[in-house]
Write a protein that binds this ligand. Structure first.
Ligand SMILES: Cc1cc2nc3c(=O)[nH]c(=O)nc-3n(C[C@H](O)[C@H](O)[C@H](O)COP(=O)(O)O)c2cc1C
Length: 413
């Protein structure tokens, strides 16, 4: 058996990436501090550029303390020695984010103006640019802003649309800076391009299912869906086209790829069958109920005086993995066992003709943020992993399945 340290989790997509965060002079500038803090915690090599107006809203010191780097403010700074100011910064970037982006900066970008450090960096960079506008409702809907946004889009700039809601003016309307998660998802989409799963469709199921007893009651399980969500994230970050089929227990669905929601095992089965028709990989991380009430009652079961407690007869649910099996679809199953983990999992791998099986201790894993898993492969390989956070385990699983995919199936390579 290989030593476990060989399977140390690969770094996350954001770790070590040089990202330039441009902050402009809107009221939402304070939110950029949270974005900067989050990115720094993800291991991003973050450089912040502020416009003069932005410094009226938030002090540069905030960003300097978060990034431990000087904040770029003046296009005439940073020209000593090897440094070529905005040119060096622009060339070193893996991605440039402008959040919040004012109507004014968007207009200057659209015109190709270079009258400060941020616009100079934006014009000089070859890296993907992600713009998250934030402004008052009528500014956002003004024909000038609409035209500028469309022009930027046509040049390949990613626009992360603002949301509707409470605005700084006190009114409700469009123009509110979107969530940090949506901005980060847009950055990840750009950074993941050309990854090892580019051109591949990966379907991931996540969470438990609800099996109706009557219109208000169901049989469910304790699965949180964290593992499936982490797998969708990891596959997306490896460049895959990801579809997540998530059950009702998933409270925080993946922010990336496409998400399809379902309630029952039979609904999940139908969705998985539909989505795997043209997929390369199916990862069944969902805790699908094995049984459901034989017939769901149409009206709420009443507790009348003297009534006996109802007897709910169960019947078997479809085995999703068995129904989708076909050549060219790489199947990854999960086994949550309470006894004889490896022996029971080997039997499941063979019985279901899986390509890969992730076996873990049911009690220790379900609902926990960590998991100690064993990976079993169709060729007999077994890899015992150390205790890992589910996000780390997801990256190991995805990176272990990439070389196991048949060469002939690779669409791009
Ligand atoms: C209190 C206040 C709030 C503002 N909020 C916004 C805003 O949310 N969005 C926007 O586009 N402009 C906003 N502005 C206007 C910009 O600050 C102004 O257009 C400035 O020139 C932008 O400069 P910059 O794009 O170089 O950062 C606001 C101005 C003030 C005084």
């Amino acid at each position: 058996m290989p030593p476990t340290d060989r399977f140390a989790p690969p770094p996350s997509l954001l770790t070590g990436k040089r990202i330039v965060l441009g902050v402009t002079g809107g009221i939402a500038a304070y939110k950029a501090a949270d974005h900067a803090s989050y990115l720094a915690q993800q291991g991003v090599d973050l450089r912040v550029v502020m416009t003069a107006a932005a410094t009226r809203f938030v002090g540069p010191m905030t960003f300097e303390a978060i990034t431990r780097q000087p904040v770029y403010r003046d296009v005439f700074d940073g020209w000593a020695g090897e440094e070529a100011g905005h040119v060096t910064l622009a060339a070193s970037a893996d991605a440039v984010i402008v959040a919040p982006a004012t109507a004014n900066t968007i207009a200057r970008m659209a015109q190709g103006m270079v009258d400060d450090m941020l616009t100079a960096t934006l014009l000089a960079t070859q890296a993907p640019i992600i713009v998250a506008p934030a402004m008052e409702h009528h500014m956002w809907h003004h024909p000038a802003t609409r035209a500028n946004i469309e022009l930027l889009r046509s040049r390949g700039v990613t626009i992360v649309e603002p949301e509707s809601g409470h605005l700084a003016s006190g009114a409700n309307g469009d123009g509110r800076l979107t969530s940090r998660d949506r901005i980060v998802a847009a950055v990840r989409e750009q950074l993941a391009r050309g990854g090892p799963l580019a051109g591949r469709k990966v379907v991931v199921s996540a969470g438990g299912t609800h099996e109706a007893i009557d219109p208000v009651r169901f049989i469910g399980n304790r699965s949180s869906g964290q593992m499936g969500v982490a797998l969708a994230d990891a596959a997306f970050d490896a460049g895959a086209d990801v579809v997540s089929v998530v059950g009702p227990t998933v409270t925080v669905p993946p922010m990336v790829g496409r998400v399809e929601r379902c309630e029952s095992a039979r609904e999940m089965s139908a969705l998985v069958q539909e989505e795997t028709g043209d997929a390369d990989v199916l990862i069944m991380a969902a805790a699908v109920a094995d049984f459901r009430p034989e017939s769901a009652v149409a009206s709420k079961i009443k507790k009348g005086p003297g009534d006996d407690a109802p007897i709910v007869r169960l019947t078997r649910n479809p085995d999703i993995l068995a129904t989708v099996k076909r050549d060219g679809l790489f199947l990854v199953g999960f086994a949550a066992e309470t006894d004889d983990l490896v022996a029971n999992s080997q039997a499941k791998l063979q019985a279901k003709a899986l390509d890969m099986l992730v076996a873990n201790d049911a009690v220790a894993t379900i609902g926990s943020a960590n998991s100690q898993a064993t990976l079993l492969f169709a060729n007999g390989d077994v890899i015992q992993l150390p205790l890992l956070a589910k996000a780390e385990l997801a990256r190991v699983i995805v990176h272990q399945l990439i070389p196991a995919l048949p060469e002939a199936e690779r669409k791009d390579a």
